[in-house]
Design a protein around this ligand. Structure first.
Ligand code: ADP
Ligand code: ASP
Ligand code: MG
Length: 410
């Protein structure tokens, strides 16, 4: 017996039948004696529909009002699920983020959770209720509705699990766990029964959208036991457990997974003077415009001038180009050019710490397919490359095979 937080994503609550099936699963857990807090997303497609609707009125929707609109998606689902639970004889009560009192900062559309007041939830649990909470939303200290960024319901669930000191946080989705890579791109991908927290953090930050990165950060900070499972199977099995310690008994694979991301764009500032302060002159205005920079390379200069390249989120490509074009003369650059048809592919694995040659194997595999590497970045447990977007699928497939991820672990 324990306290479980369960999160159901958009596909898992896509229609009334699925919502009833979620209610049955919640009822079954309660019948085993568990207390259950459920976090739900908007019904699948709903958040996209609301964004499109907002854009028909305003090309760049006002962030505060956009959050007012987006939060309604989850609000519909909590009402429906609470009703479905009551139909099954389960006493249930729904809460919006603001009603719980999930306090966030005021960064509309990408707010961060600051604190959660879990007193009301505890009282309702004690009186035998199933609690249904709207994911992806909160309110700031002035009472404005905020949302937590795409995929943010994962973070609501883990943050609630941390606040309630739940025994487990279960993320139910449309795949039965975390795979070696996105199974929609590579059918040979395999489910990982366990993945270390560090690897999951890298996978999420490098584009594996099965968990929102902030949910993984929360789980790490508050040591939440986190599991990914399928909502579409009657018996979801063990799914994937995110572990905090490397299990000595388990033979660790060197590479655990391959992540990819099409959300970036590359900017190159050409022919800048190769002298101290140049990186600051280029990236200073970019950061002042509130644009996050990911990978950076500065080429070795010839004849006192050099090229400087970096990547930003694709949504901020136009803004970054405009910012730098406006600065071109001041920086003394010959030109500012860009490419928004790039993709980033990364191999991730804690085994890299103790094995050499992973990078060269990755580069050789790509070279054999004639795929040009435009940028490289590495950390202790990952290697990322930027390539032309049109080779993305090929790159992921050949790397998945080259690192033996399609093979059953020994
Ligand atoms: P939900 O709506 O339940 O939050 P998401 O679409 O956000 O679901 O996340 C689940 C999806 O994540 C899967 O359908 C899958 O296509 C994708 N995905 C990407 N990388 C992975 C991976 N390594 N393992 C499993 N799923 C992945
Ligand atoms: N409904 C939101 C989205 O589509 C949040 C979530 O599903 O986690 O991004
Ligand atoms: Mg998601």
């Amino acid at each position: 017996m324990g306290l479980i937080v369960q999160k159901y994503g958009g596909t898992s609550v896509a229609n009334p039948e699925r919502i009833k099936s979620v209610a049955r699963r919640v009822a079954a857990y309660r019948a085993q004696g568990h207390q259950v807090v459920v976090v739900v997303s908007a019904m699948s497609g709903e958040t996209n529909r609301l964004i499109a609707l907002a854009r028909e009125i305003q090309a760049h929707p006002d962030p505060r009002e956009l959050d007012v609109i987006l939060s309604t998606g989850e609000q519909v689902t909590i009402g429906l699920l609470a009703m479905a639970l009551k139909e099954q004889g389960v006493p249930a009560i729904s809460y919006t983020g603001a009603q719980v009192q999930i306090l966030t900062d005021s960064a509309h559309t990408k707010a961060r959770i600051l604190s959660i007041d879990e007193q009301n939830i505890r009282a309702d649990l004690a009186s035998g209720h199933a609690i249904v909470v709207a994911g992806f939303q909160g309110q700031d200290e002035d009472g404005n509705i905020t949302t937590l960024g795409r995929g943010g319901s994962d973070t609501t669930a883990v943050a609630l699990a941390a606040a309630l000191r739940a025994d487990e946080c279960q993320i139910y989705t449309d795949v039965d766990g975390v795979y070696t890579t996105d199974p929609r791109m590579v059918p040979e991908a395999r489910r990982l029964p366990r993945i270390t927290f560090e690897e999951m953090l890298e996978m999420a930050s490098l584009g594996s959208k099965v968990l929102q990165i902030r949910s993984v950060e929360f789980a790490g900070k508050y040591k939440v036991r986190l599991r990914v499972l399928s909502s579409l199977l009657d018996d979801p099995g063990e799914g994937t457990l995110i572990t905090f310690e490397e299990d000595d008994n388990m033979e660790q694979a060197i590479i655990s997974g391959i992540a990819f991301n099409r959300d970036e764009a590359k900017i190159t500032v050409r022919g800048v003077p190769d002298k101290p302060g140049i990186a600051y002159q280029i990236l200073g205005p970019v950061s002042e415009a509130n644009i996050d920079v990911d990978m950076i390379i500065q080429n070795v200069g010839v004849d006192g001038s050099t090229d400087f390249s970096f990547t930003v989120h694709r949504n901020e490509y136009a803004k970054t180009m405009d910012t730098l074009k406006a600065q071109q003369a001041r920086i003394g650059a010959i030109d500012v050019i860009g490419d928004d048809r790039i993709a980033k592919v990364s191999v991730v694995g804690v085994g890299m710490r103790s094995h050499v040659g992973i990078a060269s194997q990755m580069f050789r595999t790509l070279a054999e397919e004639g795929i040009n590497i435009q940028m490289i970045s590495t950390s202790e447990i990952k290697i990322s490359v930027v390539i032309d977007e049109k080779y993305l699928e090929l790159a992921v497939r050949v790397l998945h095979k080259a690192f033996g991820l399609d093979q059953e672990a020994a």
